[in-house]
Design a protein around this ligand. Structure first.
Ligand code: G3I
Length: 340
């Protein structure tokens, strides 16, 4: 077979996609999801706001549906995400804001959340994104001395040590799952590469303290207007040299588009070529690093891509189009796996 998953098997690499379980009702979507990928990630359905919308009442149904799909199709699951500032339940953030949830209680609630969620999926998750997006960007208002974002909800309320605790709690609940730190722009940036350096120093110190971290995920959300981050392979290798696995966890490549009906067409010809080229370069960076164990795209299609809702005028970010037909980017990845 020349599916992405079959071709990648030769390299012991899993090819993954974020999946919206609801979309599996569409047979064309479900067929691609099952045939092309050997790993799946729920895009939203394991996030705290989804699994505990009401305090004390869990709803695992959407995530369970994807886990069953993965079992039926011989796929691994990347669990996403245990500790993140975004998509927290309203009862939690409002309780912290009005003081009805104290810091000590917040810490207990987080420990319970991580413990219960990891226990619910015990034995079914290959890699967990334990902690997500803790490092400051060049535009962040409150960077700490260690490069973390001082404005982060968790850092503000519980301090930077909460990240190590999250790894310890997750490990206690499922000792066999691979535990990842996940972030964007922590590999490949040109110039000072400050965000890579901060993340590198941090995970190195976690390793030195014996915190159970197994890997680092570079999300891989790229935009053709910024140029390809050429140090990606080098930076992935640096994490690997610490004894960690690495992965590309949320690859997509956006460009400026004209939107007509349901179609997103890049506004310039060069961007149309750069889009598949950036995918090619990302996969090649992963293939060149022995410890790179998975390459996941953040939704293979474009019908419900997060990009148009977040970046005005941008789109065309996936490897399949809105009609679930493969684009040039798909054939580029396929060719990379055939030639590698
Ligand atoms: O569920 C509500 C629905 O009830 C409401 O009608 C609708 C109206 O806007 O919104 C729905 O919530 C949306 C949610 O996705 C579920 O579909 C939110 O508006 C929307 O903002 C949210 O976006 C998600 C985003 O994370 C928010 O944090 C994207 O789908 C998801 O792909 C994206 O994923 C993140 C990764 O987790 C971490 N790395 C970055 C990546 C891209 O932002």
């Amino acid at each position: 077979s020349d599916s992405l998953r079959a071709l990648a098997d030769d390299y012991n690499l899993k090819i993954g996609s974020a999946i919206i379980p609801f979309d599996l009702d569409n047979p064309a979507y479900a067929k691609v999801a099952g045939e092309q990928f050997s790993s799946v990630t729920p895009g939203n359905e394991m996030k705290w706001e989804t699994v505990e919308p009401t305090r004390g009442t869990y709803d695992w149904s959407k995530a369970d549906r994807l886990v069953s799909f993965a079992e039926a199709h011989g796929q691994q699951v990347r669990g996403h995400v245990l500790l993140w500032h975004n998509q927290l339940p309203g009862w939690l953030t409002s309780g912290v804001a009005d003081g009805s949830i104290t810091k000590a209680q917040l810490r207990d609630l987080l420990q319970k959340h991580i413990t219960d969620e990891v226990a619910h999926f015990k034995g079914k998750i290959w890699q967990w994104d334990v902690a997500n997006e803790f490092f400051a960007d060049s535009w962040s208002p409150q960077p700490l001395a260690n490069g973390m974002n001082g404005d982060d909800f968790w850092v503000k309320n519980l301090g930077t040590g909460i990240v190590a605790d999250a790894f310890r709690w997750a490990h206690a609940a499922d000792p066999k799952a691979l535990l990842f730190y996940n972030d964007y722009n922590i590999t490949g940036a040109d110039g000072t590469n400050a965000k890579f350096q901060a993340a590198y120093d941090f995970v190195k110190s976690l390793k030195e303290q014996g915190v159970p971290i197994d890997g680092v995920g570079e999300q891989g959300h790229l935009d053709t207007q910024y140029g390809f981050p050429t140090k990606m392979q080098q930076d992935l290798q640096a994490f690997a040299d610490l004894g960690l696995r690495v992965a590309i966890t949320e690859a997509d490549v956006r460009t400026f588009v004209e939107q007509t009906d349901d179609k997103q067409t890049p506004t310039d010809q060069l961007a149309m070529s750069a889009q598949p080229f950036y995918y090619d370069q990302m996969l090649k960076a992963c293939l060149a690093v022995r410890s790179c164990i998975s390459f996941t795209v953040w939704g293979f299609g474009e019908a419900d891509s997060w990009v148009p809702g977040w970046f005005t005028g941008e789109g065309y970010a996936g490897i399949y189009n809105t009609d679930v037909q493969p684009k040039t980017a798909y054939y580029t990845l396929q060719q990379d796996l055939q030639l590698a």
